[in-house]
Write a protein that binds this ligand. Structure first.
Ligand code: ADP
Ligand code: MG
Ligand code: MG
Length: 933
């Protein structure tokens, strides 16, 4: 082992000799983010676009990786190249690093490919020492400025590079301020600052046992090493784990000539977006602080002015910046987030990157830029994250109201944005109270340390969920997303005390019944109510336009030549059980219903007793009595559904769940019957008349026995799906009759309906054959009775591995397949979803045993392989076999991409996710085209 390590090291060193580790800003460009990091690539691109960037250079991410691999040693040649680059910068600036007369000062800035908290902060004013200080004093003719720069540098270097705690520096500074009666930092004069410098140096020596380094090159070396070292620091590593960023990217180091925003009132520093990142409005959006260095803006020492104000206060600087911002947007063809500094009236650009934005802004900016002919429709469609689109359909906080709440200090904490949407309500700390108040019509936010399956009833009764603990795949997050409830999870900034029914955030306490507001799209938690607006999709012209472009792209021939696949891209259908869901789905652009679950209709209060009697009937004749009662009800359901869908295809699945789901719980019945028995036997023994209780006992025990008879050890794998239809063919007949009668009735009204009947849970072709025979016979009979021609389709779900593996046999008896990927995932992994998500699955994801929750994002390698087999072999028997997906995965962007590549005809998802799927399907089509090129 040891020997091998040495060879590996040697190889690194050898390769290192010939390598370029250092790039002047002029030598890079925007496409070199891997090597130069995001900041470095941006500085290079701006330099080459002739924008005013202070000269400098970037040490590569490869140098960082090599430094880590060598056990904290700089790669050979790196320092030499750094010195050479420094010489170039000296030439460009006419200054000299370490020179007493005309010293060059630099900033040392970390910059990985992705901006990343946990990386080392920037050190400004590097190169200062007692000699260069005199140069700065003489050149600026401003001794106070020079001393201020020096004390800042010693502090930043000591704290950031050498790790001496901030509070020790602060204590010294505050002490001197007090001594000189200075209220603000700016009140401290030269003498005070000089004293700070002396004390800072003493602290440095006391902490580290050596003098503060005078040699600028030594300062530079230590700073570069510290940036590289911070890549493997705990905070950076943790951040990468959570955000799935690879460890081997490394960070670059940017060395950049200092410019000073703190040289008087004609100087300043600012940050700005080229468009409003909240709304997307085409206006500069940002802040500017007069007479300040960059870090002062972040520290919030003084209140900066809005960029719009700068327009009035300093027209020249504003105009110049405005011009540059416009140029940058044209150049990048994307909204930018800019940092700049003005030194004695001269503007310098210090950073550019793609601006982060809300979902609203993302859609608006993408559409505007197409209108401005800056980008193509294809680019616009690729610019918006499909997951973000959900936010535009969910209740949101009024943007201004939220800003206002933040301003007045109502923002309590920020957690994970686990499920989008905004909610305002009373903080309630236990699920039972939440359920009780929720049913009374109150708006509730359920607040828990974390949630478990025992909390679900309270979660459903709430308007939003807040947890202190747990990640994006925690129980709370999973349930909330499933139910379409806003959720902020893992909000470690609050302390939940479920006993006392309160939580604290800093020094604020929220008690049971206090109003709070949560934004599941941003993770923010607020005290009090914030005005909520329900977005109106129909009036959202930009979103609708963007989605229409997505449709154009998605329904192009994007799969030409792909084996067995339809040429056109994915259609988007919806899962809808009720007419109102179907109407909503169509509004959002669904092209069909991919799954109507008939059993939900059975659950409604007035129907359930009939369903229960039907299930528990002792013989077929009895059962038929109840089925006859259910028939008109179901027919009515289907008429409503077909009316809503008109000519669009509508897939109706026959009854699927284990029957016990319709029955009262065995455990509850057992408790009830035991109680009754005890009452009769012990307490009411001498009562004259206990006949009514005896009757109730008899009834309860009969029900108990019937339910016991239906009880299964593992219902998920028990009597359900087509197994039900096979054991009780009357149910299949009744449902077929209801569907076909409904379709005929509408057809007579002139609506050309397209019913498709789907058999669930087929594992063996004979199951399908059996059901098909019963169904076809009944359908034929009904059509004859109705005396009208009707076309319908007959197909099956593929949701059992054996079904997928024998797709060639099954395809002979099916006109379409629909992947039920929830059950297919359960049966392929051998997990029952409820047990898995409640018990071990989240740990699996945390411990990286599984890359993600396979119930949320399709397991493409395993479950996906079964799908590929089924598609291929099914279409080998029946070319043009229509194949779709109706599991929850049908609304998940990466699963949709997989479905596109696998050649499916459509994805079907919940109505709210239809717009997400339309966009994701277009992106999948574009990705495929790119790959083909
Ligand atoms: P971050 O990644 O945190 O934005 P930066 O490296 O951009 O870190 O720098 C932090 C602050 O220091 C910013 O306000 C930036 O504008 C300022 N800054 C960085 N380099 C210089 C420089 N050479 N001259 C003046 N200010 C600088
Ligand atoms: Mg910055
Ligand atoms: Mg299923």
């Amino acid at each position: 082992m040891a020997v091998r390590k040495v060879t590996a090291k040697k190889m690194v060193t050898k390769k290192a000799l010939s390598k370029k580790w250092v790039y002047l800003f002029a030598e890079g460009n925007k496409d070199m983010r891997d090597l130069l990091g995001g900041k470095g690539a941006g500085l290079a691109e701006m330099t080459n676009a002739q924008l005013p960037v202070p000269p400098g250079f970037t040490i590569t991410t490869e140098a960082c990786n090599t430094y880590v691999a060598l056990g904290k040693k700089f790669p050979k040649g790196m320092l030499k190249q750094t010195l050479a680059a420094m010489k170039q910068v000296e030439k460009q600036t006419g200054k000299k690093f370490g020179d007493a007369k005309n010293p060059l000062l630099v900033s040392v800035r970390s910059g990985a490919k992705f901006s990343m908290p946990g990386m080392m902060d920037t050190v400004l004013n590097l190169g200062l020492n007692s000699e260069t200080l005199t140069g700065i004093e003489a050149l600026t003719n401003n001794p106070r400025f020079a001393q201020d720069a020096y004390r800042r540098f010693i502090q930043m270097f000591g704290r950031i590079v050498m790790g001496i705690e901030a509070k020790k520096w602060d204590a010294i500074f505050d002490g001197v301020k007090e001594k000189f009666h200075a209220k603000q930092d700016t009140d401290l004069g030269v003498d005070g600052l000089k004293e700070v410098v002396v004390k800072y140096k003493e602290l440095y020596k006391a902490e580290l046992g050596e003098e503060f380094p005078e040699d600028p090159y030594k300062q530079l070396e230590l700073a570069i090493g510290a940036v590289f070292g911070s890549w493997m620091g705990k905070r950076a590593v943790d951040y990468r784990r959570i955000n799935k960023i690879a460890d081997n990217l490394g960070t670059a180091v940017n060395v950049c000539t200092m410019v000073f925003g703190n040289m008087g009132d004609d100087s300043g520093t600012g940050v700005a977006f080229t468009r409003d990142p909240g709304t997307g409005e085409n206006e500069l959006f940002g802040e500017y602080l007069v007479n300040a260095q960059g870090e002062d803006v972040v520290a919030g020492i003084r209140t900066p002015m809005k960029i719009a104000e700068l327009k009035e206060k300093n027209k020249k600087v504003y105009n110049e910046f405005h011009k540059i911002a416009r140029r940058m947007e044209k150049h990048y063809r994307e909204m930018q987030d800019l940092e700049f500094t003005v030194e004695r009236g001269k503007l310098y650009m210090l950073q550019t990157r793609t601006g982060k934005r809300t979902a609203r802004a993302a859609v608006n900016v993408a559409v505007q830029m197409v209108n401005e002919k800056l980008i193509t429709k294809e680019e616009a469609v690729q610019r918006v994250d499909p997951q973000q689109v959900v936010q535009l359909l969910m209740p949101q906080f009024d943007y201004k109201a939220k800003e206002e709440a933040t301003k007045v200090g109502k923002l309590l904490a920020k957690g994970l944005n686990a499920s989008p949407g905004a909610a305002t309500g009373l903080a309630i700390f236990d699920p039972d109270t939440a359920e009780k108040l929720g049913k009374e019509g109150k708006s509730i936010i359920l607040v828990r340390y974390e949630t478990s399956p025992e909390d679900v009833h309270g979660m459903y009764a709430s308007k939003g969920i807040l947890t202190q603990h747990g990640g994006a795949t925690s129980h709370a997050a999973v349930v909330a997303r499933g139910a379409g409830l806003p959720c902020v999870a893992g909000c470690e900034g609050i302390r939940v005390d479920e006993e006392k029914k309160q939580f604290t955030a800093g020094n604020k306490t929220i008690k049971e019944g206090d109003s709070i507001s949560i934004d599941g799209g941003s993770g923010e938690v607020f005290a009090g109510e914030i005005r909520t607006v329900l977005p109106d999709y129909d009036k959202d012209e930009n979103l609708k336009l963007l989605l229409s472009w997505a449709d154009e792209i998605r329904l192009r021939k994007s799969r030409k030549g792909m084996e067995n696949a339809p040429e056109l891209g994915l259609q988007v259908w919806a899962n809808a059980d009720y007419p109102r869901d179907a109407r909503m789905a169509r509004r959002f652009g669904a092209q069909g219903i991919g799954l109507c679950r008939t059993e939900h209709m059975f659950m409604e209060t007035e129907r359930l007793p009939i369903v229960q009697k039907m299930i528990l009937a002792k013989n077929d004749a009895d059962r038929q009595v109840y089925l006859d009662q259910l028939l008109p009800i179901q027919r009515g359901d289907f008429i409503g559904l077909f009316e809503a869908m008109e000519e669009l295809p509508t897939v109706i699945r026959l009854i699927d769940p284990p029957l016990h789901e319709f029955l009262p719980s065995y455990e509850e019945l057992l408790v009830k019957s035991t109680e009754l028995r005890m009452r009769i036997e012990y307490m009411h023994k001498d009562d004259v008349d206990n006949s009514s209780e005896k009757a109730r006992l008899k009834e309860t025990e009969e029900l108990l026995n019937a339910v016991k008879g239906m009880k299964e050890a593992n219902p998920m794998l028990g009597l359900r799906g087509c197994r039900l239809g096979i054991t009780m063919p009357q149910i299949t007949k009744m449902q077929t009759r209801a569907i076909i009668e409904a379709a005929c009735i509408l057809k007579k009204r002139g609506v050309n309906v397209h019913p498709e009947i789907m058999i669930p849970l087929v594992g063996h072709v004979n199951e399908l054959k059996n059901q098909r025979e019963i169904l076809e016979a009944e359908a034929k009979k009904v059509i004859a009775e109705q005396g009208i021609e009707l076309e319908y389709k007959f197909g099956t779900m593929i949701e059992i591995p054996r079904g997928a593996l024998t797709a060639n046999q099954i395809a002979e008896y099916a006109q379409f397949f629909s992947f039920g990927t929830n059950d297919l995932t359960q049966t392929t992994f051998g997990y029952s979803r409820d047990d898995a998500e409640g018990k071990f699955l989240l740990k699996y994801v945390e411990d990286k045993i599984l890359p993600e929750n396979p119930f949320q994002s399709l397991d493409q390698i395993g479950v996906g392989r079964l799908m590929q087999i089924a598609v291929k072999e099914g279409r080998a028997v029946k070319p043009g076999l229509k194949v779709g997906i109706c599991g929850e995965h049908g609304g998940d962007p990466s699963s949709i991409d997989f479905c596109h590549r696998t050649g499916l005809n459509y994805v079907s998802c919940s109505p709210f996710r239809v717009p997400v799927a339309r966009l994701a399907a277009a992106q999948a089509a574009l990705a495929k085209v790119v790959k083909d090129k």
